[in-house]
Ligand binder design. Sequence first.
Ligand code: ADE
Length: 227
Amino acid sequence: MRIDIITGLPRLLVSPLQESILKRAQEKGKATIVVHDLREYAHDKHRTIDDTPFGGGAGMVLKPEPIFECIESLQRERRYDEVVYLSPDGEPFTQRLANELSLKEHLILLCGHYKGVDQRVRDALVTREISIGDYVLTGGELAAAVVVDAVVRLIPGVLSDSESLLSDSFQDGLLGSPQYTRPADFRGMKVPDVLLAGDHKEIERWRMEQRLSRTHERRDDLFPSKD
Ligand code: ADE
């Protein structure tokens, strides 16, 4: 999979993409992630990428020309499955959407900043808008990092067996079970006996009970509606 991220603040994305599982996925050749600095597509000597909004109002709007040039130059190289704009106006990002995107071959992620992008970019180029939650970030960069992280770890061969997806919260619509490691007794707080006894059937049963009760208590909305 190849993901091209377009941003006016490329440095915000450097370290999240160069650590841990995302780093390994790129080293293994499972994902190619390329960050494009929007300023390289600006033509004036100040490399301007934003301007004040027509009609007035606070904040700055990303200009259409650099974004059009950047996306069109990428589209001349390959066919993109989606051009995603990260925005609080977008469809909510969920595990289901992460699964769907992980099956794509080529994605563009466009990060807005300031007051967002010129609407003509959204009308003409963007195929999908995604929000990572009902709150407003300074820009789309951290949202893009979240989307890339959630999507890339789903690509087959990225996670090792011990990091298996199968027990992930949400992968089957339930939250995860409690996890413990050594020591079995820490300051008098004991690991549940069932996890120490070695009966794997019993452990699986206990974990599923824990997942169901945790989901019921914390996120009852995740269960299919009863009406
Ligand atoms: N840009 C600003 N806020 C955002 C959000 N909540 N999700 C995605 N992109 C954003």
